[in-house]
Write a protein that binds this ligand. Structure first.
Ligand SMILES: [Zn+2]
Ligand SMILES: [Zn+2]
Ligand SMILES: [Zn+2]
Length: 154
């Protein structure tokens, strides 16, 4: 983690930016996430805890800068707010999105090379893959609902 932070610092320096308190706080928040992804609002709320006095637009501007410098990735899923995550070298991956609670999880797997695309003389250069479904927690609730409905009918 420390190692990554100094890499980020070096990268910013080489572009003429400093690793300011706010930028460092943003990176720390993103490093601490279980699901790796967070919205600007969520990041802002966490940054304020460690760096009081930070306003939302500062966080937002810094997020944009870090995206522009290739240190963060910004992804949006449908109508939802955009999500940010740290870019790790060679970490191309995909996402599973729960249709019920909106939770997004990263899948460290890419099926593109297993697809018979080249057989057709096609050369893929980019792709997006988002898998929609229900997370474990929501499935439990859905099962409970079904149980209740079943009981009502009896
Ligand atoms: Zn869910
Ligand atoms: Zn991800
Ligand atoms: Zn992929």
């Amino acid at each position: 983690m420390e190692c990554r932070r100094s890499l980020i610092e070096e990268r910013l320096k080489s572009r003429g930016y400093k690793l300011t308190k706010q930028r460092e706080a943003i990176i720390k928040v993103l490093e601490s996430l279980n699901d790796r992804l967070a919205t600007a609002q969520h990041i802002f709320e966490r940054v304020v805890e460690t760096t009081p006095g930070t306003n939302f637009s500062t966080v937002y501007r810094n997020l944009d800068l870090l995206v522009q410098e290739g240190l963060l990735r910004k992804t949006s899923f449908g109508q939802e707010a955009s999500y940010y995550e740290l870019v790790v070298t060679d970490d191309h991956h995909h996402h599973m999105i729960c249709k019920e609670c909106g939770r997004i999880r990263c899948i460290d797997y890419c099926p593109i090379n297993d697809m018979p695309l080249q057989e057709d003389g096609f050369m893929p250069v980019d792709h997006k893959l988002e898998i929609y479904g229900f997370c474990k927690e929501c499935l439990k609730n859905i099962d409970l609902l079904k149980d209740e409905r079943g009981r009502e009918r009896e």
